[in-house]
Design a binder for this molecule. Structure first.
Ligand code: GLU
Length: 403
């Protein structure tokens, strides 16, 4: 994975961005960078290959700004290097962009739109920011219009946070299949790929859905859908608090999280048992399962392994045939399905892209599904018919210990 943070406000942003990136470190990354700016302020673009500690060493006292964006990169196009690290800046020096994901048609965009543009990196991301700049110049577009227009051309997965050097008090954002949230606060607004990154500033967040366009300033957030209609969406309160994501006296998160298992077991039972200590699962879920002739568990990684335990339990205790599938395989080669299948998606984050791809297909076919996830409001949880939350607390170790 990798991460995005961004903030527009009145306080100094440097520390907030760096701390946010540090909170995203667990997702894995190979390089990092931040862009700092603000009204009538000199701006700074600082990038480093390697750990965030290396980036921090490059920061000096005079590098300040009340707005900015930051990124931890997990290279997909081009080696981990300073040139390839984000943020990327357009050749005309107008736009600055961070991106998580993969732009599938970047070669095509390069050929069709970027003739004569000097490229500074090997990344697909740079192609996106150059495209925005070329379109803005040719058609005399604002940053928001340039982003919007680019989204009609770009194919692939992305979470974008864009800044316009001509208007440094705004961040423009959009997503498709990569996680991105708005963090709302007093006198500032923020953007992040995971609520953890902004918990020190706020615990109020607003979801962004695929295809929407977001504009943030210190005092306002606007969300528009693909048709340009304003979207009004309430914020939710993150149930995490900062101490949940600290390692405490443990050397490794994984060890800490294994030790949490008994407490999480008790919490799950508490959440799903009624006063008579009987398990109480919503009747609609039970009814959908009873109507089905086969359960398909679809997951990746640790969750896929947990799925095999699920198969054993469901078959032995429930006498229901169960198949377990890797999302990545299922997505490209759907097995022959039974007549009335019921799908269970297992995903710690609720954002697993391969599982989402399967869910989209399943929804199109009209089959019922249940997501078991740790994150309420996550994409899988929103898009599947039913959700049961795992209440496992944040799982920072890559191998999830509660699936
Ligand atoms: N595809 C982009 C790159 O290679 C973004 C990778 C990421 O999500 O960190 O730079």
């Amino acid at each position: 994975m990798c991460g995005i943070v961004g903030i527009v406000g009145k306080k100094q942003a440097k520390e907030i961005l760096i701390q946010g990136l540090e909170k995203l470190e667990y997702r894995g990354y190979d390089s990092a960078g931040i862009y700092l700016t603000g009204k009538n302020q000199k701006d700074h673009l600082i990038k480093a290959s390697g750990r965030i500690a290396v980036l921090k060493e490059k920061l000096t006292e005079n590098m300040q700004g009340t707005s900015g964006i930051g990124h931890t990169r997990w290279a997909t196009h081009g080696e981990p290097s300073i040139e390839n690290a984000h943020p990327h800046i357009s050749a005309d020096q107008r736009f600055v962009l961070v991106h998580n994901g993969v732009i599938e048609n970047f070669e095509e965009i390069k050929e069709n739109y970027l003739e004569g543009v000097d490229l500074a990196s090997e990344t697909d991301t740079e192609i996106a920011v150059q495209l925005m700049a070329v379109l803005a110049k040719k058609q005399n577009l604002t940053a928001k219009q340039a982003l919007k227009k680019s989204l009609t051309i770009i194919r692939g997965s992305y979470a974008f946070a864009l800044m316009d050097r001509e208007d440094p008090e705004f961040i423009y954002a959009a997503k498709n299949k990569s996680p991105l949230l708005i963090g709302v606060g007093e006198g500032f607004n923020a953007i992040c790929s995971d609520a953890m990154a902004m918990l020190s500033e706020t615990n109020h967040f607003v979801e962004i859905h695929d295809g929407e366009l977001v504009v943030l300033s210190a005092d306002a957030v606007t969300i528009e859908d693909a048709e340009g209609q304003t979207v009004v969406r309430d914020s939710f309160e993150a149930s995490l608090d900062l101490t949940d994501i600290e390692k405490g006296t443990y050397s490794y998160y994984m060890l800490k999280e294994i030790d949490e298992q008994p407490a999480v077991m008790r919490r799950i039972l508490q959440k799903y048992c009624n006063e008579e200590q009987k398990l109480e699962i919503p009747a609609e879920i039970i009814s959908d399962i009873l109507k089905s002739d086969r359960i398909y568990i679809v997951a990746c990684g640790t969750s896929w392994h947990a799925g095999w335990v699920g198969k054993y339990l469901l078959e032995t205790c429930g006498n229901i045939p169960v198949e377990v599938h890797l999302s990545s395989e299922f997505g490209y080669n759907m097995p022959i399905l039974s007549k009335n299948p019921f799908f269970i998606f297992l995903s710690q984050s609720g954002e697993t892209a391969d599982s989402r791809q399967v869910l989209v297909q399943i929804n199109q076919l009209g089959f019922p599904s249940l997501t078991l996830t740790n994150v309420s409001g996550s994409t899988l949880s929103r898009e599947s018919k039913h959700t049961l939350l795992l209440h496992a607390g944040p799982e920072i170790a890559v191998a999830s210990t509660k699936a």
